[in-house]
Design a binder for this molecule. Sequence first.
Ligand code: IPE
Ligand code: IPE
Ligand code: MG
Length: 242
Amino acid sequence: MKLPAGIDPKHLPKHVAIVMDGNGRWAKERSLPRTDGHRAGEEAVARAVDGALALGIANLTLYAFSTENWRRPKTEVRFLLNDTERFVRMRRDEFHAKGVRMRWIGRREARVPKRIQAQIDESVAMTKNNRRLTLTVAFNYGGRAEIADAARRIAEEVQRGDLDPKRITERTINARLYDPDLPDVDLFLRTSGEVRTSNFLLWESAYAEMVFLPVLWPDFTAGHLNDAVREYQKRGRRFGAV
Ligand code: IPE
Ligand code: IPE
Ligand code: MG
């Protein structure tokens, strides 16, 4: 399969993580309600998945709802919750047919409606044997919450006598993240021009290459993903060495 011009198939990022930002501003520019921006953003999700499949990227992780997003107006929160559930229900057969394995990371807690949790479990179970692309949806996810949750699990194991504190290493923490199989992020991408992580994949992005694009999320296309990968391939990754 031919890759887009200027992309080296031997140096693809194994894990691309995207902060899908700018739905509200996209809607505002059109004098539409913010929720219309979120709807328009769904199409961009489908384009990002197709773009990742076309490039042969193994892992794509999307920030859908943060632990901080509960601070938004109730109506917007409700819309985002319902819409995520609806989007997955509408698209999972298509993703499944395309060889996408779906995974979820985030805090499972009472305020995440049961209906959504059921949808999460069903889509993960249905697609678990797919191998082309692992699509991880970060929902009610926060990087600090993830590390705090891992710390709590470690403390419980120590308290039970199952873990010796002297043996705690970075691996111990890695193994207790929401999805221990998720590799480190190679390319961390954010749309909308904001230059911050907003608490996304803090542990996993310790050595990620960061790319910030001025495009608003509903306008995102596979072409933008290709641009970001080209930019990634220009970077010299040293991981502390020389
Ligand atoms: C990203 O778009 C979607 C979510 C955070 C769920 P925003 O809603 O943050 O859009 P802006 O940043 O207000 O433009
Ligand atoms: C980050 O975007 C969260 C998601 C994309 C789900 P936000 O729009 O919530 O982040 P801030 O408020 O600009 O930091
Ligand atoms: Mg935003």
